[in-house]
Design a protein. Sequence first.
Length: 470
Amino acid sequence: MAKLWGGRFNKNTNELVDAFNASIKFDKRLYHEDIRGSIAHANMLARTGIIPEADGKKIVQGLEQILADIKAGKFEFEVSLEDIHMNIEARLTAAIGSAGARLHTARSRNDQVALDMHMYMKREVTEIGELLLAFEQALLTVAKQNEKTLMPGYTHLQRAQPITFAHHMLAYFNMLQRDFRRLQGVWIGADLMPLGAGAIAGTTFPIDRFQVAGELNFSEVYGNSMDAVSDRDYILEFLSFASILMMHMSRLSEEICLWSSTEFGFVELDDAFATGSSMMPQKKNPDISELVRGKTGRVYGHLQAMLVTLKGLPLTYNKDLQEDKEGFFDTIDTIKFSLAVYRDMLLTMKVNKERMAKAVHQDFSNATDLADYLVRKGLPFRQAHEVVGKCVAYAIAQEKFLPEISLPEYKEFSQLFEQDLLEALKPENCVAARTSYGGPAFGENAKQIVKGENLLQMQQQILVALNSKI
Ligand code: ARG
């Protein structure tokens, strides 16, 4: 098909160039935004008298028909028409004639594609927000089911101090809270209307950019036409948000891989959320967690690629910017899929409370509590640390754990030890005593769960508000 920009050319484009240059195979997913944006532009052109009222009407009707055709699968996208913008415009003009040819007045594909991407981003933010919320809800549910589930907490992947599984889940819940906040930041970056910037320097026509912004529910309009067509910060912000989210999910994935190993045996994935081996009949593999961990690298790659693409670009539009799409779209698909599958995997995962309890009763994660015990009896902490360190070394040599050492043996290390030390060593008491704000004590976590539920309600309201502005 003839190029919409063909006027100054005397030859057809080389076929390879057509194929190389075209973005239609991936930017066709912007069709809805492209059409909505064009309708708002046409309405504005008609209302400001830049094009005849009747042409405006024809354009809108024509575009609505194209939208219906695309939805019904009755639209053939053509590579020779390069991108979604020209595919739709060519079809419009073919359908309604000269009125269609007026649509691109006071507009360039540079501001048009920027508009589409902003609108697309806003819609995705709300959809991703819902999935994020559902995932947070799942973490909170698992936390609630495990308020009393004792387990060892780790530093350096060595047993550190007793905690509860609820406390561990709430740590991830808190990370996801921050992800939600970052997502709100992504929205702010996307909620800026670029149309009317033209190719670079606005237009000579008396357009009304605020009218377009109003019709499309944008809060603000870009105040500089060059910035409007060059800005990809909102994509970087999204990819940063996505990278951090994936990093959180990847860390959880790593833990689930460890926990579901025979060595830990802390959790068992539901059969519907694990996979087998083609050779080893006994295998039950945590593929979902491994894939999320693996896909994290891919999302980081998209962020890195975008940063590198942008760093050397002179203002304003350069075709390099077309490279903003595939990584962006892939990131959207990756995080949505990951969030959805992870939520259900978590909710169906069996938490092996007995195994966790057994682990925490057979380790030295109560050693700090023994030192704290001595501190309460008056010993400075540094000395208490030293004494208990010696007790631990003694116990290891005896192949025992701390509760199995007798009081007379303890007295050899410090006269401050009394029979009540056994109480201090019980993991449930170690947890119960950690009442510092944000600590794992049962009551503290219960409060954090209530707070979490309130936060989720607030997030739900935020999403309702954002949904009304897409
Ligand atoms: N397909 C292009 C993109 O995604 C649209 C803008 C093209 N603008 C241009 N001046 N060639 O960036």
